[in-house]
Design a protein around this ligand. Structure first.
Ligand code: PEP
Ligand code: MG
Length: 577
């Protein structure tokens, strides 16, 4: 057995036979055509461009229909590159001036562009190299007359192992025949990752070189939740994963009837169960599972699916897609939370911050960069004309910061007024409570907002001084630490006294073990990852508020996180579903 650690880009577990695909590309030697055939060669290249463009257009249409506009837009961008006259001119010049074969001219020109992207210090731009490779492979397939690759027609259900899968290749995968995939290269922000998540195929990328030592007959486990790949698992591991897979499938089947039932406690208190999303394509699944709305739309992920900085229109299109999909339910759009562990925008965030979590991230970055912030706010306001849109500011730590953000919002409103564009002037404005400063000063903050949402991922990190992304201190990241619970309790009390709505959207809300505690602390709204909605709903429907209050009261008497965790686990075991 060999365990490899990679980057988890699409959640879920896959277990099956490996199929190593040799798609490392085409090895094109430097080759020439006769001088008198040069124009024929240019024509051959033109025909390949037309055929490749046709293929990309088909992928664009099918992805748009299957996964929505945003994923479709990845392929619209591919099409634009293919049709870029400069690129064509460069290839044609290489053919005409050097009498290169079309294959060699293509591989040389596109290869140079891919390398340029690859070397970019900006990880978002570096990921774009895969898009160029995708186009190069498409063109070479048409030039060499190789048949459409077999990815779309695999004979049986397998786990794909490859050096790399381009976005176009991933789009061809059929979830019924590809249980999961693993690649040697790739990153979390790549288009391949976005397409895999959209298709619901568990995936781990960026494993590093491992294919050379495989025979191709291995049994493989892909753990898309933890970023693990296990080759030839031993019996114990295999059994453990089989049980986990069966449990996941059984729970999912058991919970399906709950999808359209309200999250209401046994004593009739309605809990609003909202969803956390990153991509517009996720909205449909949230609605299916019976979400009451979107409680956290993390907009920074818009930066992963674009070649350039998203424009106001790009923002607007993405928000409009979510608002329409949610059919009148509330959608809380959080303004950009870039920096630290999230995507960076090169010019705005210094690449070499010694302590990025305490650096220029989130609202600080937005306030420092009005050219990024104002267009986003205008787009959110425009989307507010289409439905129940709310705007939320991340990582607020001081009152002046909140006031400044509100001023920028007013400026965005004035811009739209001047343009005569409709929007909802009374758009609810909220803030995340995710710094200890915000939680301590909450009685003052709640006078200036319409709602608050507690972000426990950051609140735990900053309260306990534990970097949330550092594996060597992961054991110290204790969500149920008594200090954190006091900050949550205090925030909820202040919000209730001020008549301000409060929610909790950190990872904590998606773990059923914490649901009784959170309801007992007074929460009546939770925003959870889409997959957790049914499981959290089941807990809500199986308990009473009085039981939850007793659990919370006792948890708060305990003096460390382990005791609280153990107690909450025991109480969870007692729930009768
Ligand atoms: C949080 O910090 O709890 C949160 C929801 O925000 P993010 O995880 O996006 O930082
Ligand atoms: Mg946060």
């Amino acid at each position: 057995m060999e365990i490899l650690q990679g980057i988890a880009v699409s959640p879920g577990i896959a277990l099956g036979e490996a199929l190593v695909i040799d798609n490392e590309g085409f090895l094109i030697p430097r080759s020439f055509v006769l001088r008198e055939s040069v124009e024929d060669e240019v024509q051959r290249f033109e025909r390949a461009i037309a055929a490749a463009a046709d293929e990309v257009l088909r992928t664009q249409n099918s992805m748009t229909a299957q996964l929505g506009e945003q994923v479709g837009a990845i392929f619209a961008a591919h099409l634009q590159i293919l049709q870029d006259p400069r690129l064509r001119r460069e290839v044609e010049t290489a053919i005409r001036e050097h009498a290169y074969s079309a294959e060699y001219a293509v591989t040389m020109t596109l290869g140079a562009y891919a390398k340029l992207f690859q070397q970019s210090p900006n990880p978002v731009l570096a990921e774009r190299a895969h898009d160029i490779v995708d186009l190069e492979r498409g063109l070479l397939r048409h030039l060499t007359g190789r048949p459409e690759d077999e990815l779309g027609q695999l004979p049986s259900a397998v786990v794909l192992l490859a050096h790399n899968l381009t976005p176009g290749e991933t789009a061809k995968l059929k979830p019924e025949s590809v249980l999961g995939f693993v690649t040697e290269i790739g990153g979390v922000g790549g288009h391949t990752a976005i397409v895999a998540r959209g298709l619901g195929i568990p995936a781990v990328v960026g494993i590093g070189h491992f294919l050379a030592r495989l025979t191709g007959r291995e049994r493989v486990i892909v753990d898309g939740n933890r970023g693990l790949v296990i080759l030839d698992p031993d019996d114990v591991t295999l059994t453990r994963y089989r049980v986990e897979l069966q449990r996941q499938e059984a729970v999912a089947a058991e919970l399906e009837p709950l999808w359209h039932m309200p999250a209401e406690t046994r004593d009739g208190v309605r809990i609003r169960l909202m969803a956390n999303i990153e991509y517009p394509t996720e909205a449909k699944g949230c609605l299916q599972r019976g979400a009451d709305g979107i409680g956290l739309y993390r907009t920074e992920f818009l930066y992963t699916s674009q070649h350039d900085k998203p424009s106001e229109e790009d923002h607007y299109q993405a928000y409009a897609e979510v608002v329409r999909a949610m059919q009148g339910r509330p959608v809380v759009i959080r303004t950009l939370d870039l920096g630290a562990d999230k995507m960076r925008i090169t010019r705005a965030a210094p690449e070499d911050e010694p302590n990025p979590f305490l650096g220029l991230r989130s609202i600080r970055l937005s306030l420092r960069n009005p050219d990024v912030f104002v267009p986003q706010l205008r787009a959110i306001l425009r989307a507010s004309a289409l439905g129940d849109v709310r705007v939320m500011f991340p990582l607020i730590t001081t009152l002046p910061e909140l006031q400044q953000a509100r001023q920028v919002l007013s400026q965005a409103m004035a811009d739209l007024d001047q343009r005569g564009v409709p929007f909802c002037r009374e758009i609810p404005v909220g803030m995340m409570v995710e710094s200890p400063a915000a939680a301590v000063l909450i009685d003052r903050f709640v006078k200036e907002v319409d709602f608050v949402s507690i972000g426990t991922n950051d609140l735990v990190q900053y309260t306990l001084a534990v970097d949330r992304s550092n594996p060597s201190v992961a054991n110290l990241f204790q969500t149920a630490d008594p200090a954190v619970l006091r900050l949550i309790r205090g925030s909820l009390r202040a919000a209730r006294n001020a008549g301000v709505k409060a929610s909790l959207c950190g990872q904590m809300s998606g773990h059923p073990v914490y649901t009784m505690l959170l309801l007992g602390l007074g929460l009546r709204e939770l925003s959870v990852p889409p997959n957790s909605i049914p499981e959290i709903k089941r807990v809500c429907r199986s308990v009473t508020v009085a039981e939850c209050e007793a659990v919370a009261a006792h948890a708060l008497t305990l003096d460390n996180a382990s005791k609280i965790e153990t107690f909450l686990r025991e109480e969870y075991q007692k729930i009768r579903f």
